[in-house]
Design a protein around this ligand. Structure first.
Ligand SMILES: C[S@@+](CC[C@H](N)C(=O)[O-])C[C@H]1O[C@@H](n2cnc3c(N)ncnc32)[C@H](O)[C@@H]1O
Length: 279
């Protein structure tokens, strides 16, 4: 039987599909033997059992088809959590943590707040904000029933009860003049974009990725509809493509927002825009 070190060496074939093949192999093997990743470095000469090796081989075969590690393992790290994910939700990205950080700065630990997460997917943004202050009331919306099921399961596992989940299209049926902050990571990829056939994207729900009007249709709808739901002086935060800064700024100006400002991510890319609703 192969040792941990040998199994990881054989996983070099993952190079064909992944730049991060070493990390992928570690995560897949650690899960196969039901141990933390560090265990692999501590016990490299430990022999694997037949069933552990079979599980690892099976994981590697799936990874070789391009299937993302997050879907194979059914979980993804985001913020302070490990979230359950499946192919009905977008795999939460590290970039989206910037949206959470920006929201937290704007909310400034206020004693109470009403927050809306539009297009919640796995619940990533809603969960991070609900966890930051248990007195905040978070509403998480998605049009996908399956996605909302995943988000609700994540809230249950994290024991967060200050989130209400609603299946609707963006702000349809939501109360007027109600929210202190609206956060959205909407679909913003243009149909036919070549990146849709790369990396994890072919495995992720198309409704979570693609929007009409060069990727801007959902951003426009959110900007228009959010005006109805935001309280006077409160904030809308929208994550967008790094080349969409000017277009998003134009939409927000045209829909009457003020104090519009783009925020860059750690790679110095234009990642999200915040705007204030002032009547
Ligand atoms: C880019 S994903 C974001 C998921 C999650 N917020 C995150 O950051 O990982 C966009 C989400 O918007 C949802 N969505 C797409 N169209 C929608 C609509 N008309 N109304 C509500 N949600 C929608 C998708 O189902 C998907 O979960």
């Amino acid at each position: 039987m192969a040792t941990i070190k040998q199994a990881l060496g054989q996983a070099k074939t993952l190079q064909q599909v992944s730049d991060s093949w070493k990390l992928d192999a570690d995560l897949l093997l650690a899960d196969s033997i039901e141990k933390p990743r560090e265990y692999l470095f501590t016990w490299p000469d430990l022999k694997l059992t037949e069933s552990q090796l079979e599980k690892f081989d099976n994981y590697c075969c799936r990874r070789l088809t391009g299937e993302p590690v997050a879907y194979i393992l059914g979980r993804q790290a985001f913020w302070d959590f490990e979230l359950i994910v499946n192919p009905s939700v977008l795999i939460p990205r590290p970039e989206t943590e910037l949206l959470v950080e920006t929201a937290l700065t704007l909310l400034d630990n206020s004693a109470s707040a009403t927050i809306l997460d539009l297009g919640t997917g796995s619940g990533a943004i809603a969960l991070a904000l609900a966890d930051a202050n248990k007195h905040w009331a978070v509403t998480a919306v998605d049009s996908s029933e399956a996605a909302l099921g995943v988000a609700q399961e994540n809230a249950r596992l994290l024991q967060l009860s200050n989130i209400e989940f609603i299946q609707t299209s963006w702000c349809d049926e939501l109360p007027a003049d109600h929210f202190d902050l609206i956060a959205a990571n909407p679909p913003y990829v243009e149909a036919g974009d070549k990146h849709l056939s790369e990396g994890s994207l072919p495995f992720e729900p198309i409704a979570a990725l693609v929007a009409e009007e060069n990727g801007l249709a959902d951003i426009r709808t959110i900007a228009e509809q959010s005006r109805h739901c935001l309280k006077q002086g409160s904030w809308l935060l929208i994550e967008h493509g790094f080349q969409q800064k000017e277009a998003v700024e134009r939409i927000l100006l045209d829909t009457g927002y003020k104090n519009i400002e783009c925020v860059k991510d750690l790679a110095n890319l234009d990642r999200l825009t915040k705007a204030q609703y002032v009547k």
